[in-house]
Design a protein around this ligand. Structure first.
Ligand SMILES: *Cc1c(COP(=O)(O)O)cnc(C)c1O
Length: 334
């Protein structure tokens, strides 16, 4: 499925005001049928946006049914699976997308099989199992996991609930930007700082920004800064080199497991969509997680990368997502 261009936009603020507080308030921009969405929703999105420190605001994306922003896109994947008459779903993930697919599959009553790298946090694996999904632990890197899932899909009979390949996922992650726009009273901040692994949040947000601009809901494009872990940064390396495609890198392990993607399938699209790509070290991620916790926000390691990048830079008026919950990965404060 390909998405129509130009992207749609939500109705104007005044019209949104009277609507129920669900992401369905942006139905005109989502452009998906209502019935399957209603069957699949678990109450995702509509997360708080709060000023934190030094011009940085946080959007608390872990305040979502499965504790990460992946719910925004997965609800649409399962709605589509339902509408297409699927009898079971397959997904591959480094963790959070898998937990979300497992939960939303349970919600719509479809059996799910989730492929994850064997190094995935045990808590995420436990979460997948709790929803009744079958877990396949795959040795090797994230790419090996994707290959195993695709092989299973090719065997036939299952809907591929892929957050990377299915563009309907980006319609869902676009709601992140619509919410920021609505919460700020009809504007976007100067800088949107976003994590990037496979770019599912980046691509949804850049699509939303294009739609808001095209509809005249905003007049100025925000600066979009993507953040990678220095240990696994094929997109940052390409951005620095001025390359249009991701650069082959010698990735080393990173605690930011949710963005440890050495070969992003949509790399060229991501590079074309963002204004800048920066990296953060493992030490910065740990310090960021710690600082967030000391301010009351308990996030998983991956969810500290944007905060860490924003603390190292001086972007006035930046919004950073707290993309996943602290209970998802182990952490012993020093
Ligand atoms: C998925 C995820 C991200 C972003 O990854 P993309 O692959 O770029 O969509 C960031 N943080 C957390 C916690 C995630 O689960």
């Amino acid at each position: 499925m390909r998405l129509a261009a130009p992207p749609a936009a939500p109705v104007p603020l005044a019209e949104l005001a009277g609507r129920p507080l669900t992401t369905w308030r942006y139905a005109e921009a989502l452009g998906v049928p209502a019935e399957p969405w209603r069957a699949a929703t678990l109450g995702e999105g509509i997360t708080p946006l709060l000023p934190a420190v030094d011009g940085i605001s946080v959007k608390v994306e872990y305040a979502s049914p499965t504790l990460s922003f992946k719910d925004r896109g997965v609800v649409l994947l399962l709605a589509q699976a339902l509408a297409s008459g699927a009898s079971r779903v397959i997904a591959d993930s480094s963790g959070n997308a898998g937990t979300a697919v497992a939960a939303y599959a349970a919600r719509v009553g479809l059996p799910a099989e989730i492929f994850v790298p064997e190094s995935t946090s045990p808590k995420k694996i436990g979460q997948v199992r709790a929803h009744g999904a079958r877990v396949n632990l795959v040795p090797g890197n994230r790419e090996a996991t994707a290959a195993a899932a695709i092989e299973a899909v090719q065997a036939g009979g299952a809907f591929y609930a892929s957050h990377v390949y299915n563009p309907v996922f980006h319609l869902g992650t676009a709601t992140y930007a619509y919410e920021v726009w609505e919460q700020l009273g009809g504007r976007l901040p100067e800088t949107l700082v976003l994590p990037v692994g496979n770019g599912t949040l980046v691509l949804g947000v850049t699509r939303a920004v294009a739609g808001l601009l095209a509809a005249g809901r905003i007049t100025k494009r925000p600066r979009i800064v993507a953040v990678q872990a220095a240990n696994c940064a094929p997109l940052a390396a390409a951005w620095r080199a001025g390359a249009a495609e991701p650069v082959a890198v010698n990735a080393t392990p990173t605690i930011a497991e949710g963005i440890a993607i050495a070969e992003p399938a949509r790399g060229a699209e991501i590079l074309a969509a963002v204004d800048e790509i920066v990296t953060v070290t493992e030490e910065q991620v740990l310090a960021g997680r710690s600082e967030l916790a000391q301010n009351g926000w308990y996030v998983e390691d991956t969810a500290a990368v944007c905060w860490a990048a924003a603390r190292a830079a001086s972007w006035p008026d930046a919004v950073v997502p707290l993309s996943g919950a602290g209970l998802k990965t182990a952490w012993t404060p020093a």
